[in-house]
Design a protein around this ligand. Structure first.
Ligand code: AMP
Length: 414
C-alpha cells in the first residue's frame, strides 16, 4: 500500500539499481581526480546565507530566487548550499590553506539545492561533482581542469559532448565591457523581453542566455567580450587554447557563453550534450580570480568546474547489472541457522559476498530466494552436520567437507 507521503517536489529517491550506476560514476571520477592530485574535501550542506550572497552574487538567479533559506533557533540565516565553490573557498580560508604550497587542488561531490522549476534534468536537490584548483593564475590550471572533465566524460562514454569555451576577461576589462553592453541593451530596449529589460543594470550578461526572438536579435549585434580581450587577458585565453589544442581536446569558442554565477573571470567553459534536451549542460566552470578576496582573504586566483551527476547519468542511460552473491548459505533444518550465520560471516571476512535466509523459509524457498538474489553457489547445511555445495548455474550438487567450507569457497572448488 502506498504511503500518503512522497519525496518532496523536485527531489527523488536513489534506488539500488540507480545507486550502482552512481557508484561507478563516482569511483571513475575519484580515480581521475586523485591521479591528477586533487584531494577530496567535504563541506556542510548548509552555510551562512551571507556566504552565498557575497560569493555567488546578489544579481544572480540563484541568490535572487533559488535559495532554500531558513532561520535557525538562534535567528541566524542559513541556506542549503546551491553550489560548492563559495563553501570551498570559505574552508580554504578558514583552515589557512592559503599558507600551504599553492595551488591547493581539491575535489568534491554531494547534494546541492536550488528552488528551480523541476523538469527532466533539473531538480531541487541534485548532485554535483567538481574540482577546484586554488592559488594559481596559470593557464595550465585552466587547461588541466578542463581536461579532467573531458577525461571523465570520455572514460564514462558520455555521447554527443561538445565543449564550449569563452573568456570574460579580468574584472577591470569586464567592468568596461559591461558598460558598453548595457548601453547596447538600453539602445534596443524596445526589442528586449520584459525579464531582460528589467535586469539590464543588474545582470546584463544574462541577456545572452535569453531565448525569445526579440532579445536574440538584439544580442546578435551586441559587443562580445571575447572579441575585445586585450593584453594579459588575451594572452591567457590564447594559452588556454594552445594547451587544449596540444592535448587534442576539441572545443568551439562561444562568444556568447555566460554562466549563472557572478564570480567568474577570464576562462569560462561549458560541456553540453546533445542527448539531454532543454537541460543540455552536463558541467561547466571557469576561473574565479576574485572570489577568495571577495570572501575576505588575500588575492587568490583559482579555477574549477562542477558537473551534474544526474545529467551525466541521463546522458549515459545505462544499466549496471546487479552484482549477485558469491554464496547463499541455506539450512536443510532450522537447527542449523546459527551455524549458517557464523559461516556467512566467515565467508564475508574472507572477502566473499554471502547471504543467509532471514525470513524462516523452508529449503525449497531458500533455493528460490538464492536464485532471486543472484547467488552463484549455495551451501546447504544438513541436520546431521554434513554439508552440500550446489552450483546454481549448472545445477550440479556434491558433498562438501563441513570442516573446510570457507576454503572450498575461496579456493575455487565448486
Ligand atoms: P552550475 O553550478 O550552475 O554551474 O551548474 C553546474 C552543473 O550542475 C550544470 O552543468 C548541471 O549539470 C548541474 N545542475 C545545475 N543545476 C541543476 C539542477 N537544478 N538540477 C540538476 N542538475 C543541475
Amino acid at each position: 500500500m502506498a504511503s500518503k507521503f512522497q519525496a518532496p517536489r523536485g527531489t527523488f529517491d536513489i534506488l539500488p539499481e540507480a545507486a550502482r550506476e552512481r557508484a561507478r560514476l563516482e569511483s571513475a571520477a575519484a580515480e581521475i581526480f586523485a591521479r591528477a592530485g586533487y584531494e577530496p574535501i567535504a563541506t556542510p550542506a548548509f552555510e551562512d546565507t551571507a556566504l552565498f550572497e557575497r560569493g555567488v552574487g546578489q544579481s544572480t538567479d540563484i541568490v535572487r530566487k533559488e535559495m532554500f533559506t531558513f532561520e535557525d533557533k538562534g535567528e541566524r540565516s542559513l541556506t542549503l548550499r546551491p553550489e560548492g565553490t563559495a563553501s570551498i573557498c570559505r574552508a580554504y580560508l578558514e583552515h589557512g590553506m592559503h599558507k600551504l604550497a599553492q595551488p591547493v587542488k581539491l575535489s568534491y561531490l554531494g547534494p546541492f539545492f536550488r528552488h528551480e522549476r523541476p523538469q527532466a534534468g533539473r531538480y531541487r536537490q541534485f548532485h554535483q561533482l567538481g574540482i577546484e584548483c586554488i592559488g594559481t593564475d596559470s593557464p595550465l590550471a585552466d587547461a588541466e581542469v578542463i581536461m579532467l572533465l573531458s577525461d571523465l566524460l570520455g572514460e564514462l562514454g558520455v555521447p554527443g559532448v561538445e565543449l564550449r569555451l569563452g573568456s570574460l576577461g579580468s574584472f577591470e576589462a569586464r567592468r568596461a565591457y559591461l558598460e558598453d553592453l548595457k548601453a547596447h541593451l538600453h539602445a534596443n530596449e524596445a526589442d528586449l523581453s520584459k525579464d531582460v529589460r528589467e535586469r539590464i543594470d543588474i545582470n546584463p550578461l544574462r541577456a545572452f542566455d535569453a531565448d525569445d526572438e526579440g532579445t536574440r536579435g538584439v544580442m546578435a549585434s551586441a559587443p562580445t567580450i571575447v572579441e575585445r580581450l586585450e593584453g594579459e587577458d588575451a594572452e591567457h585565453f590564447a594559452e588556454v587554447r594552445r594547451l587544449l589544442d596540444a592535448a587534442g581536446i576539441a572545443y568551439i569558442v562561444d562568444t556568447s557563453l555566460v554562466r549563472g554565477l557572478d564570480y567568474y573571470t577570464r576562462t569560462i567553459f561549458s560541456f553540453v550534450c546533445d542527448q539531454l534536451g532543454a537541460q543540455s549542460e552536463i558541467g561547466g566552470g571557469g576561473r574565479y580570480d576574485g572570489l577568495v578576496e571577495q570572501l575576505g582573504g588575500p588575492a587568490t586566483p583559482a579555477v574549477g568546474f562542477a558537473a551534474g551527476i544526474e545529467r551525466i547519468l541521463l546522458a549515459l542511460d545505462e544499466e549496471v547489472p546487479a552484482p549477485g552473491r558469491d554464496a547463499f548459505v541455506a539450512v536443510a533444518d532450522p537447527g542449523q541457522r546459527e551455524r549458517a550465520m557464523a559461516l556467512a560471516v566467515e565467508l564475508r571476512h574472507a572477502g566473499l559476498s554471502a547471504e543467509v535466509d532471514l525470513a524462516g523459509r523452508n529449503l525449497k524457498s531458500q533455493f528460490k530466494h538464492a536464485d532471486r538474489v543472484g547467488a552463484r553457489r549455495v551451501l546447504i547445511l544438513e541436520a546431521d552436520g554434513s554439508a552440500k555445495l550446489r552450483d546454481m548455474q549448472t545445477g550440479e550438487q556434491r558433498d562438501a567437507d563441513p570442516g573446510n567450507l570457507v576454503d572450498e569457497m575461496t579456493g575455487g572448488g565448486s
